[in-house]
Structures are given as structure tokens and as C-alpha cells.
Write a protein that binds this ligand. Structure first.
Ligand code: ADP
Ligand code: MG
Length: 490
């Protein structure tokens, strides 16, 4: 494979390299909050899911939710990370109306999960690794609503106290594409493990994007942190904009102020929020209401033993077991359900044909209907229909060309695949007599071309095209080639 061109920003003084590190906030998949029993379901009415603890009523005490800790540990193990058997919760103090306690409970010095690593695949199938610095547990804040009333700000505390995992990467990404690929991989992993649903539209996974620039291979530059970016596209757009902005400042002889910035999706630009000098002093200290968190090694081991095969392991297995390309394997393990559907079908059908069907026809269909591929297919195109469809291609009833039409018929709910083949007349002509008759008539009508083909065998392609046209794409291509070779004397 050719060497990949590194991502560069060209400026007046030469090329620049961009360095990216991400802090991803992933909402823990749990029915209850991190320190209270209040519910966490999406779409509840304002303040319907708020306990006295979440509202910070005097005298209320937090009680750690064991399941949320288990989810964090499971994620850490999925990241092949160090699990810290002793960790601690700290108070991060700041004032905000949607933070009734006046502090957020987080983990500062001693996070539950330490260093790990994630192998990430680029679109072309090549891979790179991103170091994980840490994963810690913390509470989410509530939400201030400024646009419901001209005079009042409303506060909704449903989110207050919901468990978040903050997953901090090392500054190991070197292009917007790599940052996007990392978030995709991380999202796939947490969904795979069932520890976060990864729904970015609901805000269940969002990222703080740290960006700096430097001359290729030079010292790390000063970074800016773009807060709370909530879509894959915005993450990449904000990096492109921010890196360009920093290059311009540096080339004009300026220096980068370490600051927190916001991404304005409408204008496609980042804007300063606060500089380092204005940064909060959070006065972290250990939360006196919570004992240090101590994990039983046997409990961690049980979680480890219950982990499913991980996506990158499965991607490798799919390549060796079924002969898939790295790209196809990568697309399939993006989601556990999709991967499971693949394997169900690949056990009974040609693995490469199944890969094409799932990653192309079925994914296109799913996207068009805003649906996800599940272990049983998508909407009415279930495993039974897919299996029948694949069998019809494999036994030669339909050609790979007419298979497209057959799939269209399935999308349009025209019946079972077998019924569609009959109704649409898609049956492939393997009857050699019928193909021979078509070949004969084409050769008879084009004696000059038939003569020329004798000295220029590539010209057979033209004849194949004619036969296909004549038969509406239904002739078996292998049979057509065979017969043409004989009749043209090649
Ligand atoms: P803080 O606690 O102030 O946010 P951290 O050292 O924890 O600082 O870093 C936060 C994030 O910034 C990490 O994801 C890290 O990879 C990233 N980062 C650190 N230095 C740089 C840099 N020079 N350029 C880009 N990203 C960086
Ligand atoms: Mg930070």
C-alpha cells in the first residue's frame, strides 16, 4: 500500500501539523443516577426525575450506584486499561443555577480507570492507536432554559446527577479524519459493551476537542479546548477551523493563548469563551460524604470474564475467517447488532456476498429510513428475506446485475424474493440454447465485428454487452462468455 500523505496545513512559512486530544463525555447506560435512585429516561417532563439528592436538599447524602461503577469498569476493560482498585470522588466547586449543590462530584486525582489504548481504523482500512489517559466517573449538571419566557430562566434538573464517563485521550490524533475515526470507534465500543447508547443527538456522547498546531515533528504547541461539540461533523469542522486560525496567528508572529472556545455550528467557527487567566479555580477536594471507592479484584475479574469479543478482535477474526477486507470488517463491527446479523448470514451463505449485501444494499436501505441494522435485519427486510435473497443469487436464479432489481422489489414490499423474481421476470437465463440463439443472431448481424474479434480478443466485451442488453441483463455472464468464445473461435 502507498504511504499515506500526512495531513498538513500549508501556510506562508511552510507546512503545519495539527495535534488533537479529545475528552469524551459518555452518559452511562443506567436506569438510575450516579448517586440517587432517580430515573434517567430521555424525554420526561421537566423536573420529573429529580430526587432530593439531585436537588441538593440540605442533609441529603449521595449513595454510589454500583451498576454505574460496573459500567465504567467494563468500559475501562474494553479500552484495555488499568483498573484502579482504589479511587476517589472529589468536589469540583463552581456556581451555576443548574448545579444546585454548588459543586459537581467528579474524580480528579484518582480516577477509577487509568491508562489504556484504542486501535482505530481509518476509512481506507489502515489503523493507528490512540492512548487513553484516563476514564473517570462524574455527575452531569441540569439544564438552564433561556428561551421559554422573555423574563425568566427555567431550570430542569432531570439530567442533574446522571452518571457520565469522561474518557480522556492522549494528544495522539493528527487530522480531523483521525479525530472523527476515533470518536466513531469509541462510540462503537461503548455501544458494543452496552455501557453508553452513544446517541449524539440526545447529547449522550459529546466531546471537548483540544487542538494545537506545530511544525511537523516539533514541540507540542499551546492548545485551545473547544467545549461540548455534539456531532461527528462538528468535531471535524471545528478542528479544521481552529487549526487554520492558530496557524494564521502564529505566522503573523503572534502566540496562542490557552483558552476555552465554543464552536458556532451556524457560522462554522470557534469563538473565545474564557482564557486561562479567567479559568475557574474549582478548589477540588475529596467529597467528605463519600468513602474512597474500593473495588474487589474478584468482582473486576468477573466483569472481565463476562466481556464479549471486542470489536477490533472481531474485525480481525472476520478478515481471517471469512476473507473479508479490513474495510468491510471495520464497517461490520461498527455495531454489535450489525456484526451479529453478518455472522448469522455468513454461516449459511457466501461470506463476501453477505458482506456486500449488508454493507451496501442493507445499510443504504437502513440509512434511507433512518433505521439501524439489527441482528434480524432492517424493518421488513429480515434475516429470512435476506437469506432467500442470497440463496437466489448463489444458485444462479438471478445474476449479480438483476440482484439489484430484486433488492429494490424487496424494499418496495413486492412479496417474497422468489415471488419478486417471477413478478419482475428476473430469472437468469442459464438455458444455453436460449443464449446461443441470441449470440448467433448478434454475430450474424455484425460479421465485421466478429471478424475483428479474432485478432483482438478484448472485443468480446462488446458482444457480452450486446447479449446482456438483448436479454435484459438476465443471461448468466459465465455462460455468455463461454458460448461467445466458442462461436467467435477465440
Ligand atoms: P485539562 O485537565 O486542563 O483539560 P489535560 O492534560 O487533562 O488538561 O488534557 C486535556 C486534553 O488535552 C487531553 O485530551 C490531552 O490529550 C489534550 N492535550 C494536551 N496537550 C495538548 C496539545 N498540546 N495539543 C492538543 N491536545 C492536547
Ligand atoms: Mg479539560
Amino acid at each position: 500500500m502507498a504511504e499515506r500523505e500526512p495531513y498538513r496545513i500549508s501556510g506562508r512559512t511552510g507546512d503545519w501539523e495539527v495535534v488533537i486530544g479529545l475528552e469524551v463525555h459518555a452518559q452511562v447506560a443506567s436506569n438510575a443516577k450516579l448517586f440517587s435512585g432517580a430515573a434517567t429516561s430521555f424525554g420526561a417532563g421537566p423536573n420529573e426525575q429529580v430526587s432530593l439528592v439531585d436537588a441538593a436538599m440540605p442533609g441529603m447524602l449521595p449513595v454510589i450506584n454500583r451498576y454505574c461503577v460496573e459500567q465504567a469498569v467494563r468500559t475501562g476493560l474494553g479500552l484495555k486499561a488499568q483498573i484502579n482498585l482504589k479511587s476517589r470522588f472529589d468536589r469540583k466547586n463552581y456556581f451555576y443555577p443548574d448545579l444546585p449543590a454548588g459543586y459537581q462530584i467528579s474524580q480528579f486525582k484518582d480516577p477509577v480507570v487509568g491508562e489504556g489504548v484504542l486501535t482505530v481504523e481509518r476509512d481506507d482500512g489502515s489503523t493507528f492507536t490512540v492512548g487513553i489517559e484516563r476514564l473517570h466517573l462524574e455527575q452531569d449538571a441540569g439544564k438552564s432554559i433561556h428561551d421559554m419566557d422573555p423574563n425568566w430562566t427555567y431550570v430542569d434538573l432531570n439530567r442533574a446527577g446522571v452518571a457520565l464517563m469522561e474518557i480522556v485521550s492522549k494528544p495522539d490524533m493528527r487530522s480531523p479524519e483521525e479525530a472523527g475515526a476515533y470518536v466513531k470507534r469509541l462510540r462503537a465500543l461503548v455501544r458494543w459493551l452496552g455501557t453508553c447508547d452513544g446517541d449524539m443527538e440526545k447529547g449522550n456522547l459529546r466531546a471537548d476537542v483540544n487542538v494545537s498546531v506545530r511544525k511537523p515533528g516539533g514541540e507540542l504547541g499551546t492548545r485551545c479546548e473547544i467545549k461540548n461539540v455534539n456531532s461527528m461533523r462538528f468535531i471535524q469542522q471545528s478542528i479544521v477551523y481552529e487549526a487554520r486560525r492558530q496557524v494564521e496567528i502564529l505566522e503573523d508572529g503572534g502566540k496562542i493563548d490557552q483558552e476555552t472556545r465554543l464552536f458556532d455550528a451556524v457560522k462554522g467557527e470557534t469563538r473565545s469563551m474564557r482564557s486561562k487567566e479567567e479559568a475557574h479555580d474549582y478548589r477540588y477536594f475529596p467529597d467528605p460524604d463519600l468513602l474512597p471507592l474500593e473495588l474487589d479484584p474478584d468482582w473486576v475479574k468477573r466483569i472481565q470474564d463476562s466481556l464479549p469479543e471486542l470489536p477490533d478482535e472481531m474485525a480481525e477474526r472476520l478478515q481471517s475467517q471469512y476473507g473479508l477486507s479490513a474495510y468491510d470488517a471495520g464497517v461490520l463491527v461498527t455495531d454489535a447488532e450489525r456484526a451479529s446479523l453478518y455472522e448469522t448470514l455468513a454461516k449459511k451463505h457466501d461470506p463476501k456476498l453477505v458482506a456486500n449485501t449488508v454493507t451496501q444494499s442493507l445499510l443504504t436501505f437502513a440509512n434511507a429510513h433512518n433505521e439501524e441494522v439489527t441482528a434480524d435485519g432492517v424493518l421488513h427486510i429480515d434475516t429470512k428475506a435476506l437469506s432467500a435473497y442470497l440463496a437466489l443469487i448463489e444458485d444462479g436464479t438471478v445474476s449479480s446485475r438483476t440482484a439489484k432489481e430484486l433488492f429494490e422489489g424487496m424494499v418496495a414490499k413486492e412479496g417474497t424474493p422468489a415471488q419478486i423474481v417471477e413478478a419482475r421476470g428476473l430469472r437468469q437465463v442459464t438455458d444455453t440454447g436460449a443464449i446461443e440463439r441470441v449470440v448467433d443472431s448478434i454475430i450474424a448481424a455484425n460479421p465485421d465485428k466478429a471478424e475483428a474479434a479474432k485478432t483482438r480478443p478484448q472485443a468480446i466485451g462488446w458482444f457480452v454487452g450486446q447479449v446482456m442488453r438483448e436479454t435484459g441483463g438476465k443471461a448468466n455472464p459465465a455462460a455468455v462468455n463461454e458460448i461467445l468464445k466458442v462461436k467467435l473461435g477465440l
